[in-house]
Design a protein around this ligand. Sequence first.
Ligand SMILES: *Cc1c(COP(=O)(O)O)cnc(C)c1O
Length: 368
Amino acid sequence: MSNDKKMVNMVKPLIGDEEINAVVEVLRSGMLAQGPKVAEFEKSFADYIGVKHAIAVSSGTTALHIALLACGIKEGDEVVTTPFSFIASANCAVYAGAVPVFADINPETYNISAAEVARALDAAVQHRVKAIIPVHLYGLPAEMDKILELARRYRIAVIEDAAQAHGAEIKGRKIGSFGDAACFSFYATKNMMTGEGGMITTNRDDVADQAKMLRSHGMRVRYRHEMLGYNFRMTDIAGAIGSAQLPKLDEANRRRIENAAYLSERLVGHFVVPFVPEGYKHVFHQYTIRLPEGLDREKVRARLKEEGFGSEVYYPIPIHLQATFMGESGKGRFPKSEEAAQQVLSLPIHPAVEKEDLDRMAEVLLSF
Ligand SMILES: *Cc1c(COP(=O)(O)O)cnc(C)c1O
């Protein structure tokens, strides 16, 4: 094939006149810091998720950091999370002075396994575990019913990492409304974006109050600092982009779901395609297949690239094997996550990808 054909990349943020005009309006107003545009975005996001409060912050990472602190996580506590995620899912525990305790994934869903969480909670130091952070990886909700039951039994908090799951649902209920708090990211590549940005959603008044203080130097009243806080505020520029993006989210997710189903139809039987449990709405932040053992992933990626298709590995190194956690010495501790890290491959299915792109992509993959 020729070299001038279009490249289908992993990401293409949807930026229309709505976003551009919204940003221009904020710039013309001359008021750029957190203000009315952020407040407007918080209100519409809370309504969309179906929660009492939404607190906008500077990133998904700062959302997680603040949410843990607002839920009372402190020095010496332990926090159970998955080793198969973006590193922020575990780093946030460290920021709060706590220690992440990993629980392996269910290899079918790639999400933390409630059975493994139960095992971690039953282990010797259980009295120090104060929270569970389930990650809705790739846009597929984690098994929240079982996780919430464990949290109730052990009286610990649940903080959802919903950075990849805007609009995902379990039985019609939106992700972001299940835990004591949930954290979203609006990084440029997510299902909706503000460039950089994040949001904490919660039904708890006390958590919302603490989160608002923590994002702005511990202030309720100007220049009276009641506690140690940070500058994790969102700008009104980002807030305006968010308000323009949110009304487009459902249609963008519908396109992702449609593309995912179309591609799965073509790949099933040859590759392990994404699994969606009954009653779950997967919003396909990533469409991720598992390659058969022995197939060289880098070779597949190189062929896809030659044919004009981006692909990516989320994530090639599980968190426990990273240098700031167990490093090499952690090898073999969480075998399901380690195996997934070796075998997964994510393919572009975002709203701008067309059916004929998917046909060609499937053709390339089936040639292996
Ligand atoms: C993107 C992401 C984050 C961090 O969000 P940022 O906005 O990039 O800080 C956290 N957890 C997961 C699972 C993510 O994908």
